[in-house]
Ligand binder design. Structure first.
Ligand SMILES: Cc1ncc(COP(=O)(O)O)c(C=O)c1O
Length: 361
């Protein structure tokens, strides 16, 4: 039987050369070999993030980097505005509330776009020191207006934390040009590596806010400890070495392809998938406005009333393709197909055939 094709929004299928990298013997994590590997990984990630800011790799999934971002920046009285139009935007609100008593959520219906005027009105009123948003809202398949919100954050003198967990590696995300103070990515998404690592970039302005007493910050994800250790080519605690080996190889794959081609491939595959889905009579889930777009890394599709979600996805699975259901309040209402990482036309065609077959019953 051929391997099941994972078309869920992470973990994505991992190329054999990346998987094989994990079987290397362990190395001393305070030695020269690790230092060289860590520096190589960080240099490649800075190139992908388009940043000159400091950048670290954390041994933890995307949520670890979300908490590192907020936990290090925010104190109990820090004014935080969290923009949310899906599950992951709301997760930033939840993390924000663990660290600050002054969080304002700007909520939009899941699947609705972010309205700039509403965000602006809240910024006028609350004068936040930190603003958070998810770039690519994986739960609803929408791309949010990161550049416009970064501009607003600057205007109101707030730091901008952007969750790029499912955008970096599949989109151009010019962190410095846009002025993103903290950007984060997860290994198991568009980078095409296994799950378990995340990366975080930190601007000068963000460091300024982090310095000084903060007895409320996380210990394991203490970014100042990461900065100090980086000077020695190390991480503060034992890194997940096999995952570092895999990430290095995944980044090599990205360098070989080139970012422009990679972004174009993500666009083309998502486009192919969206056309096929609508040609089959199905509708895309998100409602767009002039500053949002359908995601090129995950496509969210409405489950038509005449169809049962579990039955549909079960039918695809019988045909060897695993796709994701809706999360939280969208369970049973939408299903999601990822086009992330190193997948090609072949996998997308196989997915479309499985969807056609499942729809026929
Ligand atoms: C936009 C976004 N943010 C955060 C996360 C959480 O990442 P993880 O599951 O790696 O902790 C995800 C995971 O799907 C995501 O898509």
């Amino acid at each position: 039987m051929s391997e099941e094709l994972l078309m869920i929004p992470g973990p994505v299928p991992v190329l054999p050369r990346i998987r094989n990298a994990m079987s290397k013997p362990m190395i001393y994590h305070r030695g020269e070999e690790f230092r060289a590997m860590y520096e190589e990984i960080v240099a490649a990630l800075k190139w992908i993030f388009q940043t000159r800011n400091d950048l670290f790799v954390l041994s933890g999934s995307g949520t670890c980097a979300m908490e590192a971002a907020i936990g290090n920046l925010v104190r109990k009285d820090t004014a935080v505005v969290c923009i949310a139009n899906g599950k992951f935007g709301e997760r930033l609100v939840e993390i924000g509330k663990r660290y600050s008593d002054n969080v304002t959520a700007v909520n939009f219906e899941w699947g609705s776009p972010v309205e700039l005027e509403e965000v602006k009105a809240v910024m006028e009123e609350k004068h936040p020191q930190v603003v958070t948003m998810v770039h690519n809202e994986t739960s609803t398949g929408i791309l949010n207006p990161a550049e416009a919100i970064a501009r607003l954050a600057r205007k109101y003198n707030a730091l901008f934390v952007l969750d790029c967990i499912t955008s970096i590696g599949g989109y151009e995300v010019p962190v410095d040009d846009w002025g993103v103070d903290i950007a984060i990515v997860g290994s198991q998404k568009c980078l095409g590596a296994p799950p378990g690592l995340s990366a975080i970039s930190v601007s000068e302005r963000a460091w300024e806010m982090m310095m000084g007493d903060n007895d409320n910050s996380p210990y394991y994800m203490d970014l100042i400890a990461y900065k100090d250790s980086f000077e020695k080519g190390q991480t503060p605690y034992t890194p997940a070495l096999p995952l570092f080996f895999a990430l290095r190889e995944a980044l090599e794959v990205i360098k070989e392809e080139g970012m422009a081609k990679r972004v174009e491939r993500h666009r083309r595959l998502a486009d192919t998938l969206r056309s096929a889905v609508t040609n089959l009579g199905l509708s895309l889930f998100p409602r767009l406005n002039e500053v949002s777009a359908y995601s090129n890394t995950v496509t969210a599709i409405k489950v038509p009333e005449w169809l049962d979600d579990a039955h549909l996805r079960g039918g695809m699975r019988e045909r060897g393709v695993m796709v994701a259901g809706g999360q939280g309040r969208l369970k049973g209402k939408i299903f999601r197909i990822a086009t992330m990482g190193n997948i090609t036309e072949r996998e997308v065609s196989r997915t479309i055939r499985a969807l056609e077959g499942a729809l026929r019953g």
